[in-house]
Design a protein around this ligand. Structure first.
Ligand code: ATP
Ligand code: MG
Length: 226
């Protein structure tokens, strides 16, 4: 029997640090499945599932949803992709979530996007998303080809309910108090890799080089298969 060890990565960073954009680029460059906890929650809200309805007010108020609910949801989703290497985005956000994840999977690396809070506040209010696909644009550094429209489908873009200034402040507060300890948790395990900067386009080449080193060339997507 051949025992295959699959690459397990996490991407972390404050809200609006570019996790969605960088994850998308990682997904296009490497053979990895990408799972975003925010996308899973928004899909539940859109489908009006019981969990979605319960979680909506938490999310709209910029609070974290309860640990046990999000942990169950994410571990279930991970079961579906456990035959592939994966990249997890938005989970874990508390030390309890990180501990629960550790019981199920061995984490190889944590990519931490370290972007100053001032940059983030400004950025979140200029963020636009294509809701059906989760594609993220930013009017200042990653604009759509045609203003207000998705590059792939041509459908209209929208702003997230939780991107209002007060909610953004609450999300940053939740990040400081609940999620920063998770960085410490992974640092002490020796798997944290921090990338600092104010521009995604400048951080990205470093993330790409780092992951190329970790994954080796065998895991690169063939040119043109994006
Ligand atoms: P960005 O997408 O820019 O990184 P974000 O990280 O704040 O912003 P999402 O990851 O999309 O946003 O999550 C949106 C909301 O969903 C969070 O503000 C929180 O309410 C909830 N949420 C997502 N993941 C978790 C989690 N692991 N634990 C608790 N709540 C979560
Ligand atoms: Mg996100």
């Amino acid at each position: 029997m051949v025992l295959r060890v699959l690459f397990r990565a996490i991407i972390m960073g404050p809200p609006g640090s570019g996790k969605g954009t960088v994850s998308d680029r990682i997904r296009k460059s490497f053979e990895l499945k990408h799972l975003s906890s925010g996308d899973v929650l928004r899909a539940n809200i859109k489908a009006k599932t019981e969990i979605g309805l319960l979680m909506k007010s938490c999310i709209d108020q910029g609070q974290l949803v309860p640990d046990d609910i999000i942990t169950r949801l994410i571990l279930l989703e991970l079961r579906n992709i456990e035959q592939s290497p994966w990249l997890l985005d938005g989970f874990p956000r508390t030390v309890r979530q990180a501990e629960a994840l550790d019981e199920a999977y061995n984490i190889d690396t944590v990519v931490n996007l370290n972007v100053p809070f001032e940059t983030i506040k400004e950025r979140l209010t200029s963020r636009w998303v294509h809701l059906p696909s989760g594609r993220v644009y930013n009017t200042s550094f990653n604009p759509p080809k045609i203003p207000g429209l998705d590059d792939v489908t041509g459908e209209p873009l929208s702003q997230r309910n939780d991107d209002t200034p007060e909610t953004v402040s609450k999300r940053l507060h939740a990040y400081k108090t609940q999620t920063e300890p998770v960085l410490e948790y992974y640092r002490s395990k020796g798997v944290l890799e921090t990338f600092t900067g104010t521009e995604t386009n400048k951080i990205w080449p470093h993330v790409h080089a780092f992951l190329s080193g970790k994954l080796g060339s065998g895991n690169h997507k063939a040119a043109g298969s994006v």
